[in-house]
Design a protein. Structure first.
Lengths: 776, 161
């Protein structure tokens, strides 16, 4: 038995589906007592540090570790030569070195590792690893990367994936045509918890890893390859996760900590600093998008042509799936008979990009919604009316040809946000500075402040797409503890803050009618749950928990039937589980579960698999590629200081169909928090990359929305019920991040009259700064 | 380096400190008080907010050596016995906690605000908590939590008199 770090104690949850049940980890979190991955400690633990490339593109001539090895407290220094197995990893394409060999392809790439007694010793020794680089000219323009003469950064060229969608008449003509080009900056997920974890060697060649991740099993799969160990020698347990938003889908320090632990025979902890975190995970793809919309004079879309180019950076990560989303959702939730969509994601020497909340459906929403406003202006129609006229409805076809089933309330969501009463003007007398753009900085008393209102609607897929094997596993155990029935739910699903742990307990409580439900630590002892991404866990792992509970319930009712021998009720099918008891159809307690079960333990494990999807046809992009679609609309009201270019978002209104709100309070938290991340990309968040180097890798320089930036969100949550999903639920987490930002930029356009074709909007996009202007 | 200080009412001595070590590292790595969080270590996010001689500070911006002879109260020191403080309870009930990494800092900052301004307006709440970044909640439920805590503390104050 090796040492074990302290993990969070399990709390009992009592609650049912549809109730705003408190999170079982909330009390620990407000006390500062919840153990996050960066908090873990065990006796004899070493600290790991990572040597990183100072160049975006360079050949590695040699690596000299001698001086680092001789430094005080140092126990190991490792390079690519020490990677026991496959030297590369990756979610879709294994192309990223565990530790760089031959070349480095981005600024901050991992080159070597150090383990030492104290973190500062490790950092100082890392600075003494001498790497001789032959610096190469970085390829940083994705347009250049796309050209045939560009130098290839990987075997097989720079195009990670090309997507073609062809629907209807490719030569359709229209009365009204609008064209626009749009640019989206690189956004960081910026989860507050740094990449971190603790690897503990088991003394028999295996390793236990306590880790903050979004998917334990995919981490293990990649670790097994690179550590050259059978998967059962690598046991992963989820440590407390301080947010994710896509940043924890790829490996960061997982393989590194395991390698150092296996080499030294000691537990090794690695915890990134914030600047290191900026190069330690992938980001949202920056994009360049060119759109042409054709419509009739009365505002019906005739065709959409789109060219979408995403910069994937140095390694593939989940780029192949992101570009598919960008293309499938390219025109927004509108009916259009003819579409020509071409998308590319390319390799460059910029920071690698991959998953972030919204996953490809965010970049295109800025473009298609700007186009809809442009079209409305060209026709002379109200922009909401134009959207409603083209809105998808039940039975509408996607550009991929997939017919969308179930509720498709696009028009209703738009009407609802439009009909929310507008907030009062803030330019009243006397002026309240705190309500002004610039706030207490006292930059304006309302002069040159203009108000604008903007609308946007967006949608995306819930769950994996294109035939990816989507499933989750749940083990549910019912027993009597201390005279009370207790349900234990065990899955490998990652609670990253979203509230999945509560949802699992609520589902078990509902299905088994038991008050005491405990959700066990997520680990690789049970089967895979898939990732906490694609807004899929409540649907898929929720579905698995429900299925396992149903199997347990069937056995309990069978037990009850034989116990009762049909004496009391005749028809055992009328029996239910409720209030810790077997109750009759009319709700009368027949037998307590504690009495029925006694010492007996009933345990069942189930996998839940939703219906399969299909890959896009490579020539036409036609396919039933998606499991479920989720929709949200936003209205933004902004005040803009048109002289200084400062923006104050006054209010957001949103409407979203969540199918069924399993935990209404948690759903609200997703809608508010998701909108805040949308606001960030619209007006402040951008990783600034110059010649392949990140210039703002810190929270001082990368601006995140604060409580002063985030306005009230007026929410309307619809529960229209999906006919295929458990409880009729829809994935909730991502849609709020899609249309919130585009609505804000539409509002800034309305306030300023400027075209604003770029996100985030910067002050100098709003104000002419002439030759004195700041240009990046 | 050796320091003596009072942390959450207990006197503590730490020896063998590295001169560049922050108070945050001392609390987290040497005193087994990891409640103060290491999110930016640059004074921007407020996740490591603690009281230093009664003043709200970011522990990441204070050198360990500066804590010598001082009194520190961390998130771990806000409980009254086994009971949650009203601020902590309100954060739980209002749904102001998601991933929770910002929560300890926000709880300490809110505790400080309500000590100074027992019935803050929404704008006073926003100004007071502007140094605490939350990436999950969008802040609405944090504002609700502060208002709920203020209300309960005011009622408690009145009944106590």
């Amino acid at each position: 038995m090796t040492a074990q770090p302290r993990l969070a104690p399990h709390s009992v949850v009592s609650g049912r589906v549809g109730e705003s049940v408190q999170r079982p980890d909330a009390v620990l979190k407000v006390k500062g007592d919840f153990p996050y991955s960066s908090d873990l400690q065990v006796k004899g633990m070493l600290w790991g540090a990572t040597v990183r490339s100072p160049h975006p593109y360079a050949r590695i001539v040699s690596i000299d570790t001698a001086q680092a090895l001789a430094s005080p407290g140092v126990r190991a220094v490792l390079t690519h030569e020490d990677v026991p197995g496959r030297k590369v990893y990756g979610l879709e394409i294994p192309d990223q070195p565990v530790l760089a060999f031959d070349v480095v392809r981005y600024w901050g790439e991992s080159v070597a590792l150090v383990a030492a007694d104290h973190p500062e010793q490790a950092r100082r020794a890392a600075a003494k690893v001498h790497v001789d680089y032959q610096v190469l000219v970085p390829l940083t323009d994705p347009e250049v990367a796309l050209t045939p003469d560009a130098p290839s950064l990987h075997e097989g060229g720079n195009i990670t994936r090309q997507v073609r969608i062809r629907r209807g008449d490719q030569n359709a003509a229209a009365d009204v045509v609008v064209i626009g080009e749009y640019e989206i900056g690189m956004q960081d997920q910026a989860p507050l918890g740094p990449e971190s974890g603790l690897a503990i060697p088991d003394g028999e060649g295996g390793v236990d890893l306590y880790i903050a991740t979004q998917w334990l099993h995919i981490d293990r799969e990649q670790l097994a390859e690179s550590l050259a160990l059978p998967p059962d020698k690598i046991r992963l347990t989820l440590a407390g996760v301080g947010g994710a938003f896509g940043a924890r889908e790829d490996l960061s320090m997982q393989a590194h900590a395991c390698m150092l632990a296996l080499r030294t025979g000691r537990p090794v902890k690695i915890s990134y600093s914030r600047p290191e975190s900026f190069v330690g995970h992938v980001h949202r793809h920056p994009g360049r998008l060119r759109y042409e919309h054709g419509a009739t004079r009365d505002g019906k879309l005739v065709y959409v042509k789109a060219r979408i180019l995403l910069d994937g950076g140095a390694y593939a990560s989940s780029s192949t799936a992101v570009i598919a989303n960008a293309c499938c959702f390219a025109i927004g939730p509108y009916e259009c008979p003819n579409a020509t969509i071409d998308g590319w994601v390319v390799y460059t020497n910029n920071p690698p990009c991959g998953a972030m909340r919204g996953f490809g459906s965010v970049q295109n929403c800025y473009a298609h919604e700007a186009q809809m406003d442009k079209l409305a202006a060209a026709i002379g129609m109200d922009p909401v009316e134009l959207r409603i006229r083209n809105a998808m409805k039940t039975g509408s076809s996607m550009v991929t040809g997939q017919v969308v089933e179930g509720p498709v309330p696009v028009a209703e969501l738009l009407r609802r946000v439009r009909d929310v009463p507008l907030p009062p003007s803030t330019t009243s007398d006397p002026i309240d500075l705190t309500e002004m753009p610039g706030g207490v900085s006292n930059t304006t008393h309302g002069e040159a402040v203009k108000r604008g209102i903007g609308y946007a609607v967006g949608f995306k897929n819930i769950g994996y797409s294109e035939g990816f094997n989507d499933y989750s596993t749940a083990r549910v155990r019912l027993s009597v503890v201390g005279g009370r029935p207790r349900v234990e739910v065990h899955t490998a699903s990652a609670e990253v803050g979203q509230g999945l742990v509560t949802v699992q307990a609520q589902i078990a409580g509902t299905e088994l009618g038991v008050s005491d439900v405990v959700v066990l630590d997520a680990d690789t002892v049970v089967g895979s749950a898939g990732s906490s991404s694609a807004s899929r866990q409540t649907y898929i792992t929720g579905g698995a928990v429900k299925a396992a509970c149903e199997a347990v319930r069937e056995r309990v009712l069978g037990l009850a039937q034989s116990e009762l021998g049909g004496r009391h009720l005749g028809d055992a099918h009328g029996l239910r589980l409720e209030n810790d008891a077997i109750v009759s159809a009319k709700g009368a307690v027949v037998l307590s579960l504690a009495t029925l079960l006694g010492e007996e333990v009933i345990e069942e494990t189930r996998e839940f698999r939703p219906r399969r999807t299909s890959p896009l046809d490579p020539e036409t992009g036609q396919a039933n590629a998606h499991l479920q679609y989720a929709f949200a609309a936003h209205r933004a009201v902004v005040d803009v200081d048109t002289e200084l270019g400062l923006v104050k978002v006054v209010e957001l209104a949103t409407a979203q169909d969540v199918g069924k709100a399993i935990n209404p309070q948690a759903v609200e938290g997703q809608l508010e928090g998701g909108a805040a991340q949308g606001l960030g990309l619209a007006v402040m968040e951008e990783i600034q990359v110059k010649d392949g180097v990140i210039r703002n890798a810190s929270f001082t320089d990368y601006l995140l929305p604060t409580i002063l930036d985030m306005p009230p969100v007026r929410m309307q949550i619809l529960e229209l019920g999906d006919p295929h999903s458990p409880y009729g639920l829809k994935g909730v987490g991502e849609p709020p991040t899609i249309s919130s930002g585009p609505a804000i930029i539409a509002a800034i356009r309305a306030a300023t009259g400027r075209p604003l074709s770029r996100a985030p909007v910067r002050p100098h996009d709003i104000v002419d700064t002439g030759s004195r202007g700041v240009r990046s | 380096m050796k320091i003596d200080c009072t942390v959450n009412g207990r006197s503590r001595t730490v020896d063998g400190l590295w001169e560049g070590e922050s108070l945050l590292s001392v609390l987290r790595d040497r005193m087994q008080l990891p409640g103060s969080k290491n999110a930016c270590e640059q004074g921007e996010c407020g996740s490591c907010s603690v009281y230093l001689d009664g003043a709200l500070v970011c522990a990441c911006l204070v050198l360990g050596g500066q804590a010598n002879g001082r009194t520190i109260v961390t998130i771990e020191g806000l409980m009254s016995g086994d009971a949650l403080h009203a601020v902590q309870q309100a954060f739980v009930e209002a749904g102001a906690v998601q991933c929770g990494f910002c929560t300890p800092g926000l709880v300490v900052a809110t505790h400080d605000l309500l000590n100074r301004v027992p019935e803050p307006s929404v704008m006073q709440i926003r100004e007071a908590l502007a140094g605490n970044i939350c990436r999950c909640t969008g802040y609405a439920k944090i504002i609700e939590a502060v208002q709920l805590a203020a209300l309960r503390m005011a009622v408690h104050e009145r009944t106590a008199r």
